[in-house]
Structures are given as C-alpha cells and as structure tokens.
Ligand binder design. Structure first.
Ligand SMILES: [Zn+2]
Length: 438
C-alpha cells in the first residue's frame, strides 16, 4: 500500500498550528520533510494527517462516504486452501465467524453503511513481509510450494509444527494484505473526519481483520505454531513506514504468548508489545521479566496468568496494567492480536474467559484508542479453536464496536465456571506494575 506515498502527490496538513493551510510536495520531499519535522510536529498534535489526491479512484480503499459512515470495517481472508484434516487451525474458522455475523445481522447487508466489508484489498508484497521476516524465509516458503503441490501437505521442520499446502504462500500474503488495508482505512477515515470534524460524527471505525493463517508466533526466520507471517507485526511496520505513525501499541490477548511479535520488536522503543497469556502454555516464552532489551527495555510487557484466570482477572489486568501502560506510552495507533483461545470452552488451553470478557476487551480497547490515538485501532484474528465460542466472541466484539449491548448472557453458561485464582493474579499484576513502574 505504498501507493499513498509513492504514487501520489501528498498534502500534509499541520492541523493544529496552521489550521487549514495545506502544503503540497512530492513524495520524496515529503518523506524528508516528515523525518526532519515530525519531532516538533508530534509535540503539537501527536499525529499527522495525510490527504491524498486520487484517493477515491483507488480501488483498494473504501469509498470516502463509507469511511465516514462506518463504525466497523472488516476484511476476510479465510485461506480455504490452507487446511489440514482435523487440525484445529482449520479452514472452517473464518466461514464460521461469517455465518455467525450474518445470523446476528452484523454485516452490511443488514446494517447498511455502519458495517463495511473491505473487499478490494491487495495481497501484501514481499517487501511488506520482509519488513519483519528474513528474505530467505520468504523466498524459501515460496519455493516450498512446488513440493507442497506434489505432496499435498508438508510440515516445516522445527516450527511447532506448522503445516503448509500449495496455497499457503499466496493465502498468507492475502491475510497480511487484508490487515494492511484495514490500517490504511482507519487512518484515512480519521483524516477525513478530522478535516470535516464540524459536521461529521467523530466516532471512528474499528478495523477487524478476520484472517488466517494467524501470525503472532511466526518468528523473523520462519513460521511457528500454526503461524506463517506475523500479520500484526507487518501492519505495525506498515503504519510507521507508510503513514508516519511512529508509536504503535500492540495488545495481544491470545491465550498463548505472542513470541514472534515479541521477538521482532524486542529492542524497539517505538513499538510497545503487551501480551497476556496463560503461564506455562505454548511456546513457554513470555516470562514476566522479559521486558525488552537495549533501547527497547521497558517497551515489552509480558503478563503470564495462572490457569483458571477468567473474566475478573482480565478486567483487573485491563484496569491496572493495560490502561496505565498505554496512557504512558501515548500511541499513534493500537493494534490487537485478538486470540479467542482463552475462552473457557476452547480446547487448547485452560483460562476461563467468556464471551462477556471479549465484549469487555473490545469495548475498552476501542475506548482506549479513542482516548489516546483518535480511535485508530485494528484487531487481527489470531487463535480460537472452538468454532462456537470463537464466533460468538467475535459477534459480541462487533456489538461492542457498535456500542450495542452485549449478548453474552445468551451465549455464556456461568455454571461451567469455577473459582478464579485471584490471589495469584493479583501477585502477577503487582509484579508487572513493579517491573514497569506503573
Ligand atoms: Zn493461541
């Protein structure tokens, strides 16, 4: 999506200082100017506005009116060809979510312009992927597609294991591209609304990339744990490179540690990675004292939670750790690794989140983004392997984005829950607060 900078003359509005004064410059000049002035500019407004000529002609962006009206923008990349019989990370996952959204009348067919499905996005480029992964890995995976075509399915050594079919390379590019297009859309929506703030609702849309294969375990040198390309990490780099959004806050509430994202940004002070996960679960990384390295020390927060942690635990974590951490970091955009395998019904782990927990997270993260970064926020699907709890949780997340009441009481059965280890959770929270001076 480098078209924003490379293919157009950009206008850059310094909204606060210059009001509506607009300067036009070539993309190269623009980049140079951006680097030299963004420090002082950030002091004034904390972000930049890009306005683009020819935007409405670009088929990869939603029509301007949709960007104004939408409260949820989502993209689908179901990867129907990337599938292994009986594997939990299966091609049935995204279609199950889509069926549930339709059943609950949460698509544009029922909601008009409030909910917009972004369809005309492009696959990510190899350059996009290489912003996070080694080029040798990307080219090696592409070459492995011939072998996968002959054998039907292959397993990549030392990756968790992660399977690949002949479609995996292309469908993984599509998944990453679906996320990048949502970053473009939410940033553009904000720009349009800011310019026309006096007469348009300022309620910004949240993006949700309903994509697979997931990404947060994929390490720079290879795939891992069902994950092929680090979708959220690639989007974070894209937000920086293409939109000049310097500070990215990533929240990962999947039940497993997002070790891939963690590794990519471990020494980067501008990308804060905050992961909550079940203590001792795959892949065993993400200990509480893993806080970043060098210039990035303090910009990684890992909070392992004891098995059995549930709704109350996560509400406490959100209020006591996530909120103060994000407030102090002052992000330009929030990206979310949204895994639904912490649900009490999920077969791969043993936390006790409920549909209501995911509603709370969606609602609170949206509010956090509104408070801190003009609402710029994109969710990325990671885990979630019970198709019912996965679908219901995404449905309720959409309702949270729309500001509508939760349907969790219809989905959740309190009788299956047991007592949470709240004392242990409290100790973990205190330890994280101590380590991070919160
Ligand atoms: Zn997971």
């Amino acid at each position: 999506m480098a078209f924003w900078v490379s293919n157009h003359v950009c206008k850059w509005r310094n909204y606060n200082r210059l009001g509506m004064e607009t300067r036009s410059m070539s993309s190269a000049h623009f980049q140079k100017h951006l680097i030299s002035t963004k420090k002082s500019f950030r002091k004034n407004i904390g972000a930049y506005v890009y306005c683009l000529y020819g935007m409405e002609k670009d088929p990869a962006l939603p029509p301007k009116q949709h960007l104004i009206d939408a409260r949820v923008i989502y993209s689908l990349a179901p990867a129907l060809g990337h599938n292994q019989e009986s594997h939990p990370e299966s091609s049935a996952r995204v279609p199950a979510i889509v069926d549930a959204l339709e059943k609950m009348e949460l698509t544009s067919k029922f909601r008009g312009s409030e909910i917009f499905e972004l369809r005309s996005f492009k696959p990510a480029s190899v350059d996009d992927i290489a912003s996070v992964h080694a080029e040798a890995y990307v080219s090696g995976l592409e070459k492995a597609m011939d072998r996968a075509l002959q054998q039907g399915i292959i397993f990549i050594d030392g990756s968790g294991p992660t399977y690949a079919t002949a479609m995996t390379f292309h469908e993984s590019l599509v998944a990453a591209g679906a996320g990048l297009a949502l970053v473009d859309s939410v940033v553009m929506s904000w720009s349009i609304k800011l310019v026309a703030a006096s007469n348009i609702s300022t309620d910004p849309p949240v993006g949700f990339a309903l994509i697979r294969p997931p990404g947060h375990h994929a390490i720079p040198k290879g795939p891992m744990g069902f994950c092929v390309f680090g979708n959220v990490a690639i989007a974070a780099r894209h937000a920086q490179r293409v939109h000049g959004l310097k500070r990215v806050f990533i929240i990962d509430f999947d039940v497993h540690h997002g070790n891939g994202t963690n590794d990519v940004f471990y020494d980067d002070p501008d990308i804060f990675f905050l992961s909550t996960h079940q203590d001792g679960s795959y892949p065993g990384t993400g200990k509480i004292d893993e806080i970043g390295r060098g210039a990035g020390e303090g910009a990684t927060l890992n909070l392992p939670l004891p098995g059995g942690s549930g709704d109350t635990s996560m509400r406490n974590v959100f209020d006591e750790v996530i909120v103060p951490c994000a407030q102090r970091f002052k992000p330009d955009i929030i990206l979310v690794s949204a895994g639904y395998d912490g649900h009490v019904l999920d077969p791969l782990a043993s936390l006790q989140y409920t549909t209501g927990t995911y509603y709370m997270l969606a609602s609170n993260i949206k509010q956090l983004a509104k408070d801190l970064c003009a609402g710029r926020c994109v969710f990325f699907l990671e885990g979630g392997y019970n198709l019912d709890s996965l679908s219901n949780s995404v449905v309720d997340s959409f309702r949270a984005f729309l500001g509508e009441p939760s349907l969790a009481s219809k989905f959740d059965d309190p009788a299956i829950l047991y007592e949470e280890p709240l004392n242990k959770v409290k100790q973990a929270i205190q330890r994280a607060k101590h380590l991070h001076y919160l």
